[in-house]
Write a protein of this length. Structure first.
Ligand code: AMP
Length: 313
């Protein structure tokens, strides 16, 4: 079952308190595509400029990634620069250059249109809406966004939220969008917009899953001893989440059970944790399903506790 993604493909410059790397492969769709292609075929829709290094395309061609929807246009590739704070959970954006994304309109190739799983990665909400208008056979749609669009394109973002099944937001974004201090109360407001699930990303602290059916699940994160670069962890989370769902059978009503959604959140956390171990998609290049399975097992061990207890007094 193939997965359709639209989002940014970029050249990033990243500064951490320990190092600086320039013009490395970045972009929300790049992280998602590479992560999800560990599980299944990914159909990528994005745009790059004529300066985009061909080696990245060659790498994706060797994965199960379809590039027919990747437009290559004369001009500059999207560029983004950021500096991380000491905690590596927070960062400042230093520069954003849209380049060929200015004037971009996603075109979904005919062969992508039967994709059952859709990820609307971080990009202008109007473009995310253009994608929704072109696909009619999607079983589960997942949306990601960022502070920039909450602040500058709120009405358009609201329209997109009303049309998707699952929303991924960081804790801070939930507060910004809903204007509520309590995350649980903010999530209630979001679920009332018609979403099936909201996943609240908590950086190095894991993720929370809230369902319209009352589901609440707190997924732990893997305790990494060294974080090299957390850029793209959220997009890789989405890659693990939808990647996992692409390899399991939904129920007869075409819905995924809550059990599978919870497993998908754990896969998301795991793939997101691996991304932080290197710059760009470096760690994803060598990642195997065995590595994921090992970390899945160890997350189970560290978060499972005995439900039976009783006082000895
Ligand atoms: P994450 O760390 O998951 O939030 O994703 C970071 C990625 O998002 C970087 O690789 C950036 O290239 C990309 N990005 C940053 N700003 C934007 C933007 N305004 N639109 C689309 N993608 C962006």
């Amino acid at each position: 079952m193939s997965i359709l993604v639209v989002g940014s493909v970029a050249l990033d410059t990243v500064e951490t308190p320990f190092a600086r790397v320039e013009e490395i492969l970045g972009g929300a769709a790049s992280y998602f595509t590479t992560a999800a292609s560990l599980y299944n075929q990914v159909n990528l829709v994005a745009i790059v400029g004529s300066d985009f290094p061909r080696e990245h395309l060659d790498f994706w061609r060797r994965c199960p990634v379809k590039l027919e929807g990747l437009q290559i246009k004369e001009g500059r590739t999207f560029r983004w620069a950021a500096r991380y704070h000491m905690d590596m959970n927070t960062r400042d954006t230093l520069d954003t250059q849209l380049g060929v994304y200015e004037g971009f309109h996603p075109i979904i190739p005919e062969e992508y249109r039967s994709s059952k799983l859709l990820f609307l990665a971080n990009i202008q909400p109007e473009l995310q809406m253009e994608v929704l208008e072109q696909v009619h056979d999607v079983r589960l749609s997942v949306l990601d966004t960022m502070e920039l669009w909450i602040m500058t394109a709120r009405p358009q973002l609201t329209e997109v939220i009303k049309r998707v099944d699952v929303l991924l937001m960081s804790e801070e974004e939930v507060r910004q969008y809903t204007n509520r201090v309590s995350v649980a109360s903010g999530v209630r407001q979001l679920l009332d917009m018609g979403l099936q699930y909201v996943v609240v990303k908590q950086g190095s602290y894991g993720a929370l899953l809230f369902g319209a059916d009352g589901t609440y699940f707190s997924a732990p994160t893997y305790p990494l001893e060294e974080v090299i670069d957390p850029t793209g962890a959220g997009d890789a989370f989405a890659g693990g989440f939808l990647g996992y769902l692409s390899i399991v059978e939904p129920g007869p009503d075409d819905y995924y059970s809550v059990k599978e959604i919870k497993r998908a959140v754990v896969h998301g956390n795991i793939v997101g944790s691996f991304v932080c171990e290197d710059y760009s998609i470096g760690r994803l290049r060598t990642l195997t399903m065995d590595d994921i399975a090992k970390r899945y097992r160890s997350l189970f061990e560290c978060s499972h506790f005995d439900p039976d207890w009783r006082s000895w007094r």
